[in-house]
Write a protein that binds this ligand. Structure first.
Ligand code: DAH
Length: 346
């Protein structure tokens, strides 16, 4: 046998390796240049017929050639694999460019917009805005607010409890009122504060109830605060919010954390003439907003404030209902559906 053809075989094999354009093609080249039927393999098989010295020399030469081709195949495989990986990444890349551009496609939810509008009004009136935890302890949500254990008013707050600590000691807040205590603990009077946020109750969803809803709480503590200040504040912010003069009226009510307590109503901002009656106010001329009252001395004490020196008022109401009234939305569940046809309108 003679190895004269070896340099040409080698050059031809190297050219085919370099010319393979993808991993599948390279696999075929690998079989063709080093496989059982490859010309170089045939030369290998001829080695046995050579004299020992000649066999040794030819064997070394063939081995060197096979080694060089094996290395060339490995190098080419690495290049092609990297290229295929790059192409796959390119093909699967998500173009998120449009969300970082100047025109964001999304916008704040109507509830967030309403909350922000209310916060703005109160900031303008000199109030501070506080946000607090949605997971609360029984003490902040009830006990410090003058709901003793087993108090009947607790049953009106159908509560979600968490499996944490002692039984029923940790819960999802049922109202924003626990923020009254947190704010009192965090600062000294005078206090002029509003605290908006999400609340939870075990209610079955229907057009006027959701198990998760939003309230905004107000707390004012100063010297000589009276019910007159309470009514005046309600009129001032509702007038600012609705953009027309609003009257407030209080009806006696009961809450453990205020004394006296009241339910407050505002004159309907949607009636064609004040007091005329319309669909939104069920022809009554008034819309019920929430609860309010003078902060109970026990609550001031729980917040670390001396009731002999300071008095205050508080109120809380549902933000969802306010947004629903103002924007003529007939079902609270729309706020959670994320139906683009509703979201787009606000
Ligand atoms: N937390 C009460 C509720 O969710 C609403 C409320 C009533 C808040 C009277 C107050 C208040 O601050 O003084 O039903």
């Amino acid at each position: 046998m003679n190895l004269d053809s070896l340099p040409d075989l080698r050059a031809d094999a190297l050219a085919r390796i370099a010319g393979a354009q993808d991993l599948d093609a390279l696999k075929a080249v690998d079989v063709a240049v080093l496989g059982r039927k490859a010309p170089i393999t045939a030369l290998n098989q001829g080695l046995g017929r050579l004299e020992p010295d000649a066999r040794k020399a030819a064997g070394a030469l063939l081995n060197e050639t096979r080694g060089a081709l094996t290395q060339a195949l490995a190098d080419r495989r690495e290049v092609l694999a990297a290229e295929e990986h790059r192409q796959r990444l390119e093909a699967e890349r998500l173009d998120l460019g449009e969300t970082i551009g100047s025109s964001l496609p999304g916008h704040a939810h109507l509830i967030s917009q309403t909350t922000e509008a209310l916060e703005d009004i109160f900031l303008g009136m000199g109030f501070q805005v506080f946000h607090g935890p949605e997971v609360e302890t029984d003490w902040y949500n009830f006990e410090a607010l003058n709901f003793p254990p087993a108090h009947p008013a607790r049953t009106m707050h159908d509560t979600f409890h968490l499996n944490l600590g002692e039984a029923e000691s940790v819960l999802l807040r049922t109202h924003t009122s626990p923020m009254q205590i947190r704010v009192m603990q965090s600062m000294k009077p005078p206090i002029y504060a509003v605290m908006p946020g999400r609340c939870y109750r075990r209610d079955t969803p229907d057009a006027r109830h959701l198990p998760t809803f939003h309230q905004i709480e107000a707390l004012v503590i100063d010297r000589g605060i009276s019910l007159g200040h309470l009514a005046g504040t309600i009129e001032a912010f509702t007038t600012a919010y609705f953009g027309r003069p609003i009257e407030a009226r209080l009806r006696p009510g009961y809450f453990p954390f205020t004394e006296p307590s009241a339910e407050f109503e505002i004159s309907c901002p949607f009636c064609p003439k004040p007091g005329a009656g319309c669909r939104v106010c069920s022809q009554s001329g008034w819309i019920e907003l929430g609860g309010c009252g003078m902060v109970h001395p026990n609550v001031l004490r729980a917040g670390g404030i001396d009731p002999e020196e300071w008095t205050g008022f508080a109120w809380g109401f549902g933000i969802d209902r306010l947004a629903m009234n103002r924007h003529d939305i007939d079902d609270l569940r729309h706020f959670l559906d994320n139906d683009i046809r509703l979201l787009r309108q606000f």
